[in-house]
Write a protein that binds this ligand. Structure first.
Ligand code: GLU
Length: 292
C-alpha cells in the first residue's frame, strides 16, 4: 500500500513537471495554428510549408532580445516574433534566430538571410527605401542614460557645454543620428555595433552617457544594480516595426492582422518581458500604418 502511494506520488510529480514544461517559459500562451493554409506564392505559404522561420533580432538587449547563457532568447521582440510564427503554424523551437545589429538589419532582409526582423527597429522613410515595415507594434522615444552619480548631464541640452562627457550609441541607429545636433563636436560621439558595449563602457567610465530608446535603456538600468539612471525627457518618437522584404504587402498585412487578432498574447508578452522593468509603461497595440 505504502509502495503504491509512493508510486502514485511519483507519477503525480512527473505529471506536474510535464504540465509545467508545456506551459512554462515564454512559449506559453502563444497560439500555434494547426496546418493553416495560405494563397500560393505568398511569403506566408512559403514559410509555412518550410515549417521553419528565420527571424532577426537583437541578442544583447535586456527586455527585447537577450541571449541567455543557455542559448535561449528572451524579450518582447522575441515574443512578438513567436506570435507571428505561431500564426504561420510554426512553433517557437522552429524559429532560427540571427543576431541583427542595428546597422545590418536592412541587409539581412534584402539578402533573405532572415524572413523578418523584430529588433527595436524604428520605422522611417530612409529605411523604407530598402525594406517594408509592418506595424508599428510599439512606440518608444530616445533618452539618455548616465551613471547614477552623474549630476552634470540632466538632458541632451547639457551635452554641448560638457564636451568631456562622451556619448555612446550604435552605428546605423536612429539615436546616433538624432543626438548629433546636441553635441559640442563629432568627437563627443562614440559608436559601437551593439548597445551592451556602450553599457560596459559606461560602467568602466570610458563614456559618460549612453543614448538610445528609453525602453532599451530601462533594460540596462534594471540590470545595473542601481549604477545607471535615465535623465531628461524622451525627445524623439521611435515607432517599432517588423522589417520584411520591400514591397511584400501581403506579408505586411498578414503580420498586422496577426498582431490585432492576438492582442491578448501581445499584452501578455509585454507584461512578461520589457513591461516588467521599472518605469516601463504598459504597451497598447498602435493602429498599423498602411502597408507599402
Ligand atoms: N529604434 C532605434 C533604431 O531602430 C534604436 C534602437 C536600435 O538601434 O535598435 O535605430
Amino acid at each position: 500500500m505504502r509502495q503504491n502511494r509512493k508510486a502514485f506520488a511519483a507519477a503525480l510529480a512527473v505529471a506536474a513537471l510535464t504540465l509545467s514544461a508545456c506551459g512554462s517559459g515564454s512559449a506559453d500562451g502563444v497560439k500555434v495554428a494547426d496546418k493553416p493554409s495560405f494563397e500560393a506564392g505568398t511569403t506566408m505559404a512559403t514559410i509555412s510549408a518550410a515549417g521553419k522561420m528565420k527571424v532577426g533580432t537583437k541578442f544583447d538587449q535586456p527586455g527585447f532580445g537577450l541571449k541567455g547563457l543557455d542559448g535561449k532568447l528572451a524579450g518582447f521582440d522575441v515574443e512578438v516574433a513567436k506570435i507571428i510564427a505561431g500564426a504561420l503554424g510554426i512553433k517557437a523551437e522552429n524559429i532560427e534566430w540571427t543576431e541583427s545589429p542595428s546597422k545590418l538589419r536592412e541587409e539581412l532582409i534584402e539578402k533573405g538571410t532572415v524572413d523578418m526582423v523584430a529588433a527595436t527597429y524604428t520605422i522611417n522613410d530612409k529605411r523604407k527605401e530598402r525594406i517594408t515595415f509592418a506595424g508599428p507594434y510599439y512606440v518608444a522615444g530616445q533618452q539618455l542614460m548616465v551613471k547614477s552619480a552623474n549630476t552634470k548631464i540632466t538632458g541632451p541640452a547639457d551635452l554641448k557645454a560638457n564636451p568631456d562627457q562622451k556619448v555612446c550609441s550604435v552605428t546605423g541607429s536612429t539615436p546616433a543620428e538624432q543626438i548629433k545636433p546636441f553635441l559640442a563636436d563629432p568627437n563627443q560621439l562614440v559608436l559601437f555595433d551593439v548597445y551592451d558595449k556602450c553599457a560596459n563602457s559606461l560602467r568602466t567610465d570610458q563614456v559618460q552617457v549612453v543614448t538610445t530608446d528609453n525602453v532599451i535603456l530601462l533594460g540596462f538600468v534594471s540590470k545595473s544594480d542601481k549604477a545607471f539612471k535615465l535623465v531628461g525627457e524622451q525627445f524623439t518618437k521611435e515607432p517599432y516595426g517588423i522589417g520584411i522584404k520591400k514591397g511584400d504587402v501581403k506579408f505586411c498585412e498578414f503580420i498586422n492582422k496577426t498582431l490585432k487578432d492576438n492582442e491578448a498574447a501581445y499584452t501578455k508578452a509585454w507584461a512578461d518581458t520589457a513591461g516588467k522593468v521599472e518605469g516601463a509603461a504598459p504597451a497598447t497595440l498602435p493602429e498599423p500604418a498602411p502597408c507599402s
